[in-house]
Design a protein around this ligand. Structure first.
Ligand code: ZN
Ligand code: ZN
Length: 229
């Protein structure tokens, strides 16, 4: 018995549900995905929101996002690789799909488009509304020394910004003999103070104040470092 594809007439197998693989793929999708996907992206740090978490944008996180939007048809051993191409408004995504149907290996590709929706991630929202955890009261008699110390603090914070988006000076207030620096992240401020201690043998006093309660009823504490260099 000679089998052939009822659509194109080829006798060249393999056949899937009676059709050659080319005709089968023309009429059947291996997966469904919307033509356009909206992806929240932080306009400050560039992280993307995938399954409720803010992640660095890279090949892994984009694949995770795409997989969360894919609905597979009834196929065996599905696997998916993506390629992304930046365009003005977002990303063109090519989905290279392979799987088996009735034991026959199939592969094809589809396209979708990711449109960014720019907003702030939670940390950047805090920074943008001048949220801070720590005040460093930096004091010295010498103005040039203050300036150098501020550069040092900025360097320490910048080195941590990638992992700690709150590692930033949100406000600088000029005081007599120095500045008050309001800093978003407790942890980053602590390492900046440690660096001041190391470099200037600074005299440091730490104090804390209760600044109300968080939404879930925990005490909100703000720390102050008085640093004399
Ligand atoms: Zn055919
Ligand atoms: Zn952000």
């Amino acid at each position: 018995m000679v089998s052939f594809c009822p659509k194109c007439g080829t006798e060249k197998g393999p056949f899937v549900r009676g059709f050659c693989t080319r005709c089968f793929l023309e009429d059947n999708r291996l997966l469904r995905i919307d033509r356009k996907l909206i992806l929240p992206k932080c306009k400050r740090c560039g992280k993307i929101l995938v399954r409720g978490r803010w992640l660095e944008e890279n090949a892994d996180s984009l694949l995770k996002f795409i997989l969360s939007k894919v609905k597979w048809s009834d196929v065996e051993r599905p696997s998916l690789a993506i390629e992304a191409e930046h365009t003005g408004k977002g990303l063109k995504i090519y989905l290279n799909v392979s799987c088996k149907v009735e034991g026959v290996p199939l592969s094809t590709s589809y396209e979708t488009f990711i449109q960014y929706k720019l907003q702030y991630c939670e940390s950047c929202l805090k920074i943008s509304s001048s949220y801070y955890e720590v005040t460093i009261q930096l004091r010295a008699e010498d103005k040039a020394k203050i300036k150098r110390a501020i550069y040092l603090i900025k360097d320490v914070l910048a080195s941590q910004l990638k992992n700690d988006t709150l590692a930033e000076i949100v406000k600088m207030i000029k005081r007599k003999n120095g500045y008050d620096l309001l800093i978003g992240s407790k942890k980053a401020a602590k390492s900046a103070v440690a660096e001041l201690k190391r470099k200037y043998k600074a005299n440091v006093k730490k104090s804390s104040t209760l600044a109300g309660l968080t939404k879930d009823g925990k005490p909100k504490v703000k720390y102050t470092y008085s640093v004399r260099i």
